[in-house]
Design a protein around this ligand. Structure first.
Ligand code: SF4
Ligand code: SF4
Length: 228
């Protein structure tokens, strides 16, 4: 039996976790100003969270998502690979409603993440070199932005045909039993309109100044054989 997309996602998370464990950042456990309702993810990442909620008897957490769905939140209209395709073609991307302040993430409880081990990549890759409280926003190393973009590209690639959106919208779509039974996530379900479709990688986007620095990471991904 071939490796499942969820297994591939787990391996990508592991590779990124090894990389990020070496970063020097201000982020510590219990620092949660960045845990807002503006988190985005793919449906593949959503399946991983939903499986966890079901297997750990935490279906009740969907109530929190319903409650949060009444609040304004960042709802992207374009995926990373689509954005990069437009850039490569010299076309202007659509204007996104820029980052909203955002209420607290529905999975945040007593300054802890209720789905920490299953959290989406957007949460795994969000680091700041200075405390956000001090500057009112994250300070992110440009090389980290490049690495994160590449990982976002790969994650979208393995979920090509799935969709991308705000975490709340994606999880509420996956809430129904009909969707949860689709464990074979190669069977393209009828995704809701309005959520942009994931695409294959049009080309890796790495600024020239980061070409050599990122090679070890790209080699690790290639050597793992998880992306065919
Ligand atoms: S990104 Fe900012 S708010 Fe989030 S953990 Fe790091 S320092 Fe804290
Ligand atoms: S899923 Fe967890 S890590 Fe991500 S924003 Fe919510 S509480 Fe924070």
């Amino acid at each position: 039996m071939g490796i499942s997309k969820l297994d591939v996602l787990g391996q990508i998370y592991d590779i990124y976790g090894t990389f990020s464990s070496r970063l020097r950042v201000a982020c510590v456990r219990g620092c949660t100003a960045c845990c807002t309702q503006n988190v985005t993810m793919t449906t593949l990442e959503g399946y991983r969270i939903v499986e966890h909620l079901i297997h750990t008897g935490q279906r009740h957490l969907f109530h929190r998502l319903h409650h949060s769905s009444h609040h304004e939140r960042f709802q992207p209209t374009i995926t990373t690979n689509k954005l990069l395709t437009l850039c490569m073609q010299g076309d202007d991307p659509p204007e996104e409603k820029s980052c909203l302040p955002g209420s607290a993430c529905p999975f945040l409880s007593n300054n802890e993440c209720l789905i920490y081990l299953e959290r989406p990549f957007a949460c795994r890759c969000f680091f700041s070199t200075q405390k956000c409280e001090a500057t009112d926003c994250a300070v992110v190393d440009p090389f980290l932005v490049t690495v994160n973009t590449v990982f976002l590209q790969f994650i979208e690639h393995i979920d090509a045909g799935g969709v991308f959106g705000n975490m709340i919208d994606v999880l509420l779509f996956l809430e129904s039993e009909a969707q949860q039974k689709r464990q074979d996530i190669d069977a393209s379900p009828n995704y809701p309109g309005g959520l942009p479709t994931n695409r294959c990688i049009p080309g890796i986007f790495v600024p020239p100044e980061h070409h050599s620095m990122i090679q070890p990471i790209l080699q690790t991904i290639r050597k793992s054989g998880i992306l065919h």
